[in-house]
Ligand binder design. Structure first.
Ligand code: ASP
Length: 436
């Protein structure tokens, strides 16, 4: 058996299993607060951070170079227009359906309509906010409201130095690639060779970083499991269940049908092919960090052409956050229900409509890094007149749900990429036999 190949396929799962075993052992022995355990956690955190840095350092170059190469590859303006329109349409409609699922579930399951005592207890948690939440709650919300300003950065080098300013890089790379593609042949050719060369180099660096994913994932997940535990979920069980059911319905309902009937693909083959991508998204809680692996998998396993993958995937990873949009909708309405139970504050259809719209809009501006949805949630909560501090009710389960929503975000982007490739007439590795 080829150990290297086995590890590349199963290494991350093995790491997650080992992490669970270690955490169970430490908790069973009551050692979770022992000095030695704290040292161990610090080492794990360091390993996790180094691994995340490795992935993050690739984000800006990979997005910029992929989009430049992708844009240069378009034969004509109309080809670009067609692909751009398809991409935005897919991302908008998929996000809209995700938010509608969230809206439906939160109104049917009513996770916030618990007994008055429990609702008051959950809201009480908002008064003991950790530092991170206090900062977020008082953050200048203009960071999201000037979203349009971030699309056109005043300084592209400055934007490139910040992983949360990817929108500006995207605009610049799209323009740059587009106009390089329009240069006369003698000027265009050397540029093409140059950027393609860089892309190959980035691909090789990506492979090295990804080879360390088992150990990196162990380092990332172990401290979270050790600190979180399952007990914290109990008071918020209905809320967590509502979010997870929403993710499940979206991933295995909407996306399954889209893959099957629009993409004319074998859906389970796609779930299987993207499994390592999902695991990585789950472990890192960062869509941006998963871009290198996602690109690799859609090109080498699904066999999407680089022309399409390098255009749709970097865009999707940056602006398309279906899982986040669904989550935002459920969180805000859950908080509203808690206030309804405890203080009789009513929350009408118009307010719900505002939440849906805001969830759609703000999810576009959410950066692909851990916990960035919290800023968007703060905005929505305040725009419908709920106290900003109330977002503290979800802080105990925030990290866990961040892992799941990042998984949904990234998986949705890979679905968009394979479906768009199919509508462009490409034959993929798991195209159904009766397809066009
Ligand atoms: N962590 C999510 C992502 O990277 C963003 C969020 O919902 O906070 O996709």
């Amino acid at each position: 058996m080829d150990v290297k190949k086995w590890l590349s396929q199963w290494g991350v799962i093995l790491a997650l299993c080992v992490s669970i075993i270690v955490v169970c052992f430490l908790r069973c022995c009551g050692w979770q607060n022992a000095t030695l355990t704290q040292d161990f956690v610090q080492v794990c955190e360091l390993i996790g951070k180094v691994f995340m840095n490795g992935l993050k350092m690739l984000v800006v170059p990979l997005i910029a170079v992929s989009l430049i190469c992708g844009m240069m590859g378009f034969g004509s303006k109309s080809e670009f227009k067609r692909l751009g329109l398809k991409t935005f349409l897919f991302y908008f409609l998929s996000c809209f359906s995700a938010v509608l699922i969230g809206l439906f579930l939160v109104n049917v399951l009513r996770p916030g309509c618990v007994e008055k005592d429990l609702a008051a207890k959950i809201l009480g948690q908002a008064n003991v906010l950790p530092q991170q939440f206090i900062q977020l709650a008082h953050m200048d919300s203009s960071r999201l409201s000037d979203f349009f300003l971030r699309i056109i950065p005043s300084n592209v080098i400055h934007a490139a130095s910040d992983n949360t300013q990817i929108l500006g890089i995207i605009t610049f790379a799209l323009l740059f690639g587009f106009f390089v593609g329009r240069l006369p042949e003698d000027l265009r050719k050397p540029q093409l060779v140059f950027w393609e060369g860089i892309q190959h180099v980035l691909r090789d660096i990506t492979r090295i970083v990804i080879a360390f994913s088992p150990i990196g994932v162990f380092g990332l997940v172990t401290p979270i499991l050790l600190h979180t535990g399952i007990g914290v979920i109990r008071p918020l069980l209905y809320f967590v269940m509502t979010v997870l059911i929403g993710f499940f319905l979206y991933m295995f309902g909407v996306l399954y049908l889209l893959l099957r009937f629009v993409g004319k693909l074998k859906p389970w083959a796609h779930y299987k092919a993207m499994f390592p991508v999902m695991l990585m998204a789950f472990s890192t809680s960062s869509s941006a960090a998963v871009l290198p692996l996602a690109l690799d998998r859609v090109e080498t396993v699904a066999k999407v052409s680089p022309r399409i993958a390098r255009f749709t995937l970097p865009l999707g990873i940056t602006i398309n956050m279906c899982g986040t949009a669904l989550y935002e909708c459920v969180v805000v309405l859950f908080i509203a229900q808690l206030y309804q139970v405890t203080q009789g504050i009513s929350f009408g259809v118009l307010d719900q409509l505002i939440v849906v719209l805001m969830a759609l809009l703000t999810s576009v501006g959410v950066a692909g890094i851990p916990a960035s949805a919290l800023i968007a949630i703060t905005m929505i909560v305040s725009s419908v007149g709920l106290p900003i501090e109330s977002i503290g009710v979800i802080w105990v389960v925030e990290r866990l749900l961040d892992m799941f929503r990042t998984l949904v975000n990234v998986f949705n982007d890979t679905c968009g990429t394979v479906i768009i490739a199919r509508t462009e007439g490409e034959t993929l590795a798991y195209t159904t036999s009766h397809s066009a």
